[in-house]
Design a binder for this molecule. Structure first.
Ligand code: XIL
Length: 372
């Protein structure tokens, strides 16, 4: 092939400069790409949110494959007292996803901690409910809820957060595990499968990338498998913190789940820029001090956003590498202003997501959409 003439060479340079990225990595004057299209064929990209406001609808429907209702399908919201069901908000969300061709990801049939369980579930006229009563109530709740959304949800987080954080404990201490051990977990999956045989059934938890919690997760999954309980996937919540993303541990958990023949969902991804781990360290001694910590109001420094962007990209490289088992990556909210990390575990101005408070893509967004 002959060398290009000077005219052709300068035309090539001109065209290249026209299509090159601007300084912040964003192509000039164009719609940002859609996450669901960038990762199409690899995994769904979801978002966890409450009712979608009119001002948010365009961004939600363009960027995401589906929605996890942030709170409206939880027990405490759906059945605050026995037999009284509040389906209004969840029905609206199911209507929104259906009319926009989006998936609905159900969250969650049992949140296995006492502070998230309506008191009546565990109580029988002032006495602790027996195992039989507790399990009968659980079965009924699941039949009602999973039955109502049968064929409308793509998946259910059937059981949420049942594994203990303490090294020496297996299941999280609660009315559920105290009275029914692993049995409530098995029953929940069986009831969900009967109520909606097509739904992908997920065990969902945080911290299951950590070796000790991973071992307990695998113990639970083996026990369920032995009893032929229909568990199809594990949801790794993915509430991580900047500069402390446990990449190798995450990969080890994904590999272990693949070996067990299970699918993986990243269900509640966010990257806290004001790490919160200290809140639980040293018996809570640092809480008074932390409660005053609010370094990034009103803005997050560019160098922090750049580090966050790199770490988000690292996560997506890992997810793409394991796209054979990862079926969905879901963010825990639409934009920074709506994240639960602005008020959990203390009030602060946080910046954990890909879109800022004005719903503009952040540096992390542009790094993530470059990942292939
Ligand atoms: C959070 C919601 O984001 C908050 O609005 C609510 O007040 C508490 O729950 N793990 C889960 C989610 O499984 O359901 C939690 O969502 C965040 C931690």
């Amino acid at each position: 092939m002959s060398a290009p003439t000077p005219l052709v060479a300068s035309l090539v340079t001109l065209l290249a400069s026209l299509s090159s990225d601007s300084a912040d990595g964003a192509p000039p004057d164009s719609q940002p790409p859609a996450l669901r299209e960038v990762f199409a064929g690899k995994f769904d990209v979801g978002v966890g949110t409450g009712a979608v406001r009119p001002s948010e609808a365009a961004l939600v429907t363009r960027q995401f494959s589906g929605i996890t209702p942030e709170n409206s399908l939880k027990m405490a919201h759906l059945q605050p007292t026995e037999g009284t069901f509040n389906f209004g908000e969840a029905d609206e969300m199911a209507g929104f996803t259906a009319s926009n061709g989006m998936k609905l990801y159900g969250h969650t049939l049992v949140w296995a901690r006492d502070d998230r369980t309506p008191a009546w579930f565990l109580d029988d006229g002032g006495k602790p409910a027996t195992k039989e009563l507790l399990l009968a109530r659980l079965r009924k709740h699941i039949e009602t809820v999973a039955g109502r959304y049968r064929g409308k949800v793509a998946s259910w987080d059937v059981v949420n957060e049942a594994i203990a954080d303490e090294d020496e404990k297996y299941l999280r201490p609660s009315g559920w595990s105290d009275r029914a051990g692993e049995e409530f977990i098995a029953l929940a999956f069986e009831a969900a499968h009967r109520a909606d045989p097509e739904a992908v059934l997920i065990y969902n938890d945080y911290g299951v990338e950590q070796p000790k919690k991973r071992a307990k997760l695998l113990r639970l999954l083996r026990a369920l498998k032995e009893k032929h309980v229909p568990v199809h996937a594990v949801g790794i919540q993915g509430h991580w913190e900047i500069d402390r993303v446990p990449f190798a541990d995450i990969e080890a958990t994904i590999n272990a789940l693949r070996d067990m023949g299970l699918k993986v969902m990243i269900t509640e991804l966010d990257l806290d820029v004001i790490p919160r781990g200290g809140w639980w360290a040293d018996g809570g001694k640092k809480r008074d001090e932390l409660a005053k910590l609010n370094p990034y109001a009103p803005a997050c420094p560019p160098e922090v956003l750049a580090r966050q962007a790199e770490q988000y990209a690292g996560l997506f490289r890992l997810f793409v590498k394991h796209a054979d088992v990862i079926e969905r990556v879901g963010f825990w909210n639409l934009h920074d202003g709506k994240s639960w990390l602005n008020y959990f575990p203390w009030r602060r101005t946080n910046h954990p997501l890909l879109f800022d408070r004005e719903m503009r893509p952040k540096p992390a967004f542009w790094k993530v959409v470059e990942v292939r």
